[in-house]
Every structure is written in structure tokens, then in C-alpha cells.
Design a protein around this ligand. Structure first.
Ligand code: PPS
Length: 288
């Protein structure tokens, strides 16, 4: 299939037609954000599904019923997707949503609201590898070609939701003050309990130590992999071919080292450094 059949071009960003339409993107622009709304914002492959697992129990006293009975896309819906209109008016406040939108494409009402944002960043080398495998298994995306070819598209921003660097910079340069919390995928892997504690404080919520332990245990990669409400096994094989790759694939940091040649690493690192120059944004993986 051709690129134009697979993607819509939304303000210069490619977005997949399978889950977005002109109508859903119009609705996004007019969406009324409530002051108690919570957005987990990510560049794709940075921890979206993980946040869809984490937020409901943190917001409802540690109750795991929602995450055990409702698919992730309906329990913490994507703000910009076609399904949003069926769900967002029905979910109780405070509403938790996810979004892949860069800062400037959030709905107008977001900017003057008190809604909070948890922005999750992941090492872009692992984002690239995760995305590469996803493109191989998802029939509604373009075939990635070789990893080197896919890297070219990724660095040029010819991938869904554009350049990683633009996305990250847009949210780091936001004017949200204490309305935004930054976490990394790698911190979540290292100390999930600690990150969940920070999220609870940010959201002004509390959980007992036992309830928090249960949420942490439920949200491990191993346990999410067996949760049919979260592992995408409900999606038909003709859309996501799990024989090629699982959606919850490896769940580790540093898998890029198993994929990148020294040449690819040098090219990728130089390109990202060039784009981030002058931004004053530092990440733990910059030293690796
Ligand atoms: S998407 O398509 O944008 O919604 O994808 P997203 O959910 O952002 O990212 C998918 C990657 O996140 C990994 N993942 C996890 N890793 C560790 N622990 C937990 N609990 C977890 N949940 C999801 C998932 O496995 C994908 O990464 P890779 O590297 O491909 O395994």
C-alpha cells in the first residue's frame, strides 16, 4: 500500500489512518479539556501501554479491576484517535488519557487548563528498535526495510508522529511549570515503585504500601505480557502479526546494542546530538 493510503498528514505529521481520521483530528482541536484531566504523553514506543496500565489503579485506590477487564485503548484512550469520541464522555473524572501529540498540537483548551501531563521519554535508540519490529508486525504501517533504511526515515521524521527530537523538545520547552512531570522508561525499569511514588505525589494521591506493591507487581513486563487486556492479543492477526513480533516484545533498556552496527550507532548519535544542540536537555543515556 502507498504511504498516502496508510497515513494522514496532520500539520506535517504522519498519523496512521487505521486509528485516526480527519474527523477525529478535528475533534481533537475542539476537545474541551477539564482541569482534572491527566495526560500521559509519549513519542510512540516510549511507554504508552505501560502508562495505560499504571494510571487506572493509581487513580482508584489500587483497584485492578479496570486493567483486568477493559482493553488498554478503552480504559486510557488516545486523545486523538477515532475511538476517543465513544469513550471520553463516558469515563469518570479524573480522566486519564494518552497522546502522541507534540505540545503545540494539543487542543486549545489544554493550554489554559490545569490538566496535568506525565511525559515519558525513552532512549531513542531503543525507541527506534522497538518501532522497527512494530513496523514489521503491524500491517497498517509501511514496511520498514532494513534497520539502516528505517533509521534514515526515523531521523528524517518520515515516521508516525515525526521526529523524536522535535517531540521531546516541544514538551521540554513547554510552559507548563508544575503541571508536567518528566519520567523516563529507563527509570521505570530500574525503580518502578519509586516512579509510581513520584506520580502519586504529582497527582496528589496516596496508596497504602501494600496496594502500591500490588500495582507495581501487576505492571511488570512479565505480568502485563499475560494480561489479555493489555498485550494486544485481542487485535486480529491480520492487523498485528504476533508470529513476527509481540507487541510487548522485550521490555528492556539497551536492546539497540543487539541491533546497531558501530557505523549505525555513530550516524544515529551524531544526528540526534546535532538536533539537540543548544537545547540544554540532558538524558542519562547521553553518556552511554
Ligand atoms: S505504542 O505503540 O506507542 O503504544 O507503544 P508503547 O506502549 O509506547 O511502547 C511499547 C514498548 O514498551 C514496552 N513495554 C514495557 N517495557 C517494560 N515493562 C513494561 N511493563 C512494559 N510495557 C510495555 C514494550 O515491550 C515495547 O518495547 P519493546 O522494546 O518493543 O519491547
Amino acid at each position: 500500500m502507498e504511504i498516502k493510503d496508510l497515513f494522514l498528514n496532520y500539520h506535517g505529521l504522519l498519523v496512521p489512518r487505521i486509528s485516526h481520521s480527519e474527523e477525529s483530528l478535528n475533534r481533537l482541536e475542539k476537545f474541551t479539556v477539564k482541569d482534572d484531566d491527566i495526560f500521559a504523553v509519549t513519542y510512540p514506543k516510549s511507554g504508552t501501554t505501560w502508562m495505560q496500565e499504571i494510571l487506572p489503579p493509581l487513580l482508584n485506590g489500587g483497584d485492578l479491576t479496570t486493567v483486568q477487564t477493559i482493553p488498554n485503548w478503552d480504559r486510557v484512550p488516545w486523545l486523538e484517535e477515532t475511538r476517543a469520541c465513544f469513550i471520553l464522555d463516558k469515563i469518570p473524572s479524573p480522566r486519564a488519557m494518552v497522546s502522541h501529540m507534540p505540545y503545540h498540537l494539543m487542543p486549545q483548551t489544554f493550554f489554559n487548563s490545569k490538566a496535568k501531563v506525565i511525559y515519558v521519554t525513552r532512549n531513542p535508540k531503543d525507541v527506534l528498535v522497538s518501532s522497527f519490529h512494530f513496523h514489521n508486525m503491524a500491517t497498517f504501517l509501511d514496511k520498514p526495510g532494513t534497520l539502516e533504511e528505517f533509521t534514515g526515515k526515523f531521523l528524517a521524521g518520515n515516521v508516525i508522529f515525526g521526529k523524536w527530537t522535535d517531540h521531546v523538545k516541544s514538551w521540554r520547552n513547554s510552559d507548563l511549570g508544575d503541571r508536567i512531570l518528566y519520567v523516563t522508561y529507563e527509570e521505570m525499569l530500574q525503580d518502578l515503585r519509586g516512579v509510581l511514588g513520584r506520580i502519586l505525589t504529582f497527582l496528589g494521591r496516596q496508596l497504602s504500601a501494600e496496594a502500591l506493591d500490588c500495582v507495581v507487581d501487576h505492571c511488570t513486563f512479565k505480568n502485563m505480557k499475560t494480561n489479555t487486556m493489555s498485550n494486544y492479543s485481542l487485535v486480529p492477526q491480520n492487523l498485528m502479526d504476533s508470529k513476527k513480533s509481540s507487541f510487548l516484545r522485550k521490555g528492556i533498556a539497551g536492546d539497540w546494542k543487539n541491533h546497531f552496527s558501530p557505523e549505525l550507532d555513530a550516524k544515529f548519535t551524531a544526528a540526534i546530538q546535532e538536533e539537540m544542540k543548544g537545547s540544554n536537555i540532558k538524558f542519562p543515556w547521553d553518556e552511554e
